[in-house]
Design a binder for this molecule. Structure first.
Ligand code: SF4
Length: 295
């Protein structure tokens, strides 16, 4: 059941800028996410197994955000704001509640630069608003080389429709996401692909990773960020539990391999992470796509 809730704060300042996405702040119009990705890091008992059912709409978010932005702007504390870090900003509830749109209007009014990563095509509704943010935002001095006030990312973990349907049931299909990258590029935005999380033994093979990076190039992406899969918890709504159930349905022979790779940890070994990083760097060089947002 959808919940309505009031919040005291909505704009979060990070202790340190995110080194991948360059955001200094984050803001979430909703709690929970109807994309319902089984591997999602926000999973756990709070939202239950179906995060669409446990979703909350922050009804006073715009009022609270305006106060927080006004205070930060007055002190000149500009920085990229990630809209939707613990939810997708363009989940289907956004059609009705339009909180993301309202937040973007406020970010434009106070001239904050914006970062958005999405798996949903509803973002195209806000193209004109996003163009205004891109043109008018005040970017921190050390990020001026970007020459942009808006960074967009589209997330892709696999190009296989069947796997995506099982793992990311509420998100747009992978090919629709690649089409979205093309459309956003045609509109003139700085846009890349977040190949995060890349799935061990599924999309981390040389062949599968190459397909994703080649598709990123073909869609015109300015950059591709490649990152591994983290799996948390042993509760019924935790990502590790749900992901292992998916493996049983998809290919039960992978279960033992995953158990060896993760053991009781949420992360893979440094060795695995380094191998993935090297593979991604090599393929990015081959396809001449950069693997950072900032050149
Ligand atoms: S789109 Fe992002 S926030 Fe939403 S469920 Fe998937 S991983 Fe979580």
């Amino acid at each position: 059941m959808l919940h309505l809730k009031q919040v005291k704060t909505v704009l979060n300042k990070h202790k340190k800028r995110d080194s991948w996405f360059l955001d200094d702040y984050s803001v979430n119009p909703y709690e929970g996410c109807s994309c319902n990705c089984l591997y999602c890091y926000i999973r756990g008992s709070k939202y239950g197994e179906n995060m669409d059912e446990g979703l909350a709409v922050k009804t006073n978010a715009l009022e609270v955000l305006e106060k927080q932005l006004a205070a930060r702007a007055k002190k000149g504390q500009y920085g990229f704001v990630a809209v939707g870090s613990g939810t997708d900003a363009y989940i289907h509830h956004e059609k009705q509640y339009r909180l993301t749109e309202g937040m973007l209007k406020l970010l434009l009014k106070y001239r904050f630069p914006v970062f958005i990563s999405t798996k949903c095509t509803l973002i195209t509704r806000d193209i004109e608003l996003l163009k205004e943010i891109d043109k008018n935002a005040i970017v921190p001095d050390d990020l001026k080389a970007l020459k942009r006030g808006l960074i967009l990312s589209v997330s892709v973990s696999t190009l296989h429709e069947g796997i995506s349907n099982m793992l990311e049931p509420g998100a747009a299909l992978p090919l629709q996401r690649l089409e979205l990258v093309k459309r956003l590029k045609q509109e003139g935005f700085l846009v890349g692909i977040n190949a995060i999380p890349i799935l061990p033994y599924i999309s981390d093979t040389e062949e599968e990773l190459e397909k994703i990076i080649a598709a990123a190039k073909e869609s015109g992406a300015d950059y591709i960020l490649v990152g591994g899969l983290t799996l948390f918890g042993t509760g019924i709504a935790d990502s590790k539990t749900l992901f292992y159930k998916f493996l049983e349905r998809y290919d039960s022979s992978l279960l033992t391999k995953y158990q060896q790779l993760y053991g009781s940890n949420p992360y893979t070994s440094f060795r695995y992470q380094n191998e993935l990083k090297e593979k991604a760097q090599r393929l990015c060089r081959k396809y001449q796509v950069r693997n950072t947002i900032l050149e």
